[in-house]
Design a protein around this ligand. Structure first.
Ligand SMILES: Nc1ncnc2c1ncn2[C@@H]1O[C@H](COP(=O)(O)OP(=O)(O)O)[C@@H](O)[C@H]1O
Ligand SMILES: Cc1cn([C@H]2C[C@H](O)[C@@H](COP(=O)(O)O)O2)c(=O)[nH]c1=O
Length: 216
């Protein structure tokens, strides 16, 4: 039975790498997939992994209709054996419904990849719809780690290393940013709640305020 699968996790846990591996293994066996993405850091129409691999993809912008696109392709004699969708958190809920219809009516496997929650630990609308509709939600096995060594479960947005909690839900960016730019850092829940990033934890350790105060 074809399936709608949501591979989810924090930023930087290997989702795009897995998408490229699934594509590689299937195309090596003669299957032909369609790859879609939305707002990848590498630019429009790209699916990229931090391991350096990148492939072309169809950009699924606002209003893009997955079901209509695939019906059109197939009815013109084009081939499609499976579908890969990266950065699925950025899709509208209606687009996730279209992907479910691709599975049910066109009988194609659809593999989606994305982060579940945003920098305020709220569900992205696309991810919420995937959790509601997917046949399977798979949490990636490679653990991204918080600076404290615990499993990272949350995404923090940072400016100059300091966690921010105000701003637009969507701001394309990367982890390990230096300087004053907007960046991201993955944290465990405890440190996300305390807004404690690697930089602020380091600063707190160095601060004289936290040194033990004893008799002179
Ligand atoms: N230089 C490196 N050597 C080995 N693994 C790396 C290196 N750089 C990144 N990675 C791996 O790639 C993962 C990020 O992969 P990527 O597919 O870009 O993540 P995601 O799509 O989930 O944001 C990291 O968690 C790490 O495991
Ligand atoms: C937490 C969070 C992330 N984003 C953006 C930042 C990146 O461009 C992508 C995630 O990509 P990755 O391949 O999983 O690293 O999402 C955002 O726009 N808003 C957020 O709150």
């Amino acid at each position: 039975m074809p399936e709608l699968v949501f591979f989810s996790g924090t930023m930087d846990c290997g989702k795009s790498t897995l998408a490229l591996q699934i594509e590689h293994n299937r195309s090596a066996r003669g299957l032909q997939g369609m790859i879609f993405t939305r707002d990848d850091r590498a630019g429009e129409g790209k699916l990229s992994s931090r391991l350096g691999l990148v492939t072309d993809a169809v950009e699924a912008a606002d209003g893009f209709d997955f079901y209509a696109y695939l019906v059109d392709r197939l009815s013109q004699g084009g081939r499609c054996d499976y579908v890969i969708v990266d950065e699925a958190q950025f899709l509208a809920p209606e687009q996730i419904d279209q992907l479910a219809r691709v599975v049910d009516d066109l009988e194609l496997d659809v593999f989606t990849f994305g982060i579940t929650t945003d920098f305020r630990s709220k569900l992205f609308p696309g991810s919420q719809r995937l959790v509601e509709l997917a046949d399977r939600v798979e949490v990636l096995q490679v653990e991204a780690l918080c600076w404290c060594g615990a499993r990272a479960t949350h995404n923090a947005r940072t400016v100059g290393g300091v966690m921010v909690v105000e701003g637009a839900q969507v701001v394309v960016g990367d982890v390990h940013q230096t300087g004053g730019e907007v960046g991201y850092e993955v944290l465990c829940r405890r440190h996300h709640r305390r807004r404690m990033t690697a930089a602020t934890a380091r600063a707190a350790t160095l601060s004289p305020d936290v040194l033990p105060i004893g008799p002179a």
